[in-house]
Ligand binder design. Structure first.
Ligand SMILES: [Zn+2]
Length: 238
């Protein structure tokens, strides 16, 4: 009896861990189209910024991007869009792309299909209301997706965009903007989608690192494009 219970527990723990790992994979989901990078030899990079828009921080990152004359892609939350509708036109007028990062930024795993649909559709409506051109690519909060979210996205023929480079995942780098930028510049490849966060005070080191990341990548010969532009360089038949 005890052995069977232990066996059952081990299986439960393993499948729980496996499901958690599966839900966190940046380059795989069960259903629907997911892009985490583009296989290209063209020296192109897509910078992506998650969360917000937050007043102050949005203007600050837009100023940096304008100074460096590079476009980026912002994955915004519906809740913050609703609180600060004046910020969306500022992002759009500067020539950047925006995408859907859910309404309330909760992990969309173990949620009902209705909840998932509302999170995505409410944010779509706010993007549309603010004049953002479609398509709205989706980036799951915390990169988390398991079964129902990918199923919904696949049914809606919605592209999920993740990343192949997330330098802030390394705590030793986030403490030091110089290290963060050096690592990012070194690790990026042609076709990379880079994930960065600059919208909250807790991410001020990333904000500080962004100009150096851009300059370092330019020095390596890279050019910056939106995610939508990067996708045009996908190999034929992708
Ligand atoms: Zn986020």
């Amino acid at each position: 009896m005890q052995i069977r219970a232990i066996f059952f527990l081990v299986v439960m723990l393993f499948s729980g861990a496996a499901a958690w790992r599966l839900s966190s994979m940046a380059d795989f989901q069960l259903f629907g189209a997911l892009v985490h990078r583009v296989d290209t030899e063209a020296p192109l990079i897509a910078l992506t910024f998650d969360d917000g828009p937050v007043p102050g921080k949005t203007e600050q990152i837009l100023q940096i991007l304008a100074t460096e004359n590079v476009p980026a892609t912002f994955f915004l939350t519906g809740k913050e869009l609703e609180q600060h509708p004046e910020l969306l036109p500022k992002i759009l007028n500067a020539g950047h792309q925006v995408g859907n990062h859910s309404y309330s930024h909760q992990r969309l795993v173990f949620k009902t299909p209705g909840f998932i649909a509302r999170e995505i559709e409410q944010t779509d409506a706010l993007l549309k209301q603010g004049g953002a051109p479609e398509p709205y690519f989706f980036r799951p909060p915390y990169g988390k997706k398991l079964v129902l979210l990918p199923w919904y996205l696949s049914e809606q023929k919605r592209l999920t965009v993740t990343w192949d480079l997330a330098p802030e995942n390394y705590p030793q780098l986030t403490k030091d903007p110089a290290k963060l930028s050096a690592f990012t510049v070194q690790q990026a490849k042609a076709g990379s989608i880079i994930l960065l966060h600059v919208m909250y005070d807790s991410r001020s080191n990333t904000m500080t690192a962004v100009p150096e990341i851009i300059r370092g990548l330019k020095a390596r010969g890279f050019r910056f494009v939106t995610v939508q532009e990067l996708l045009r360089h996908r190999p034929v038949g992708y």
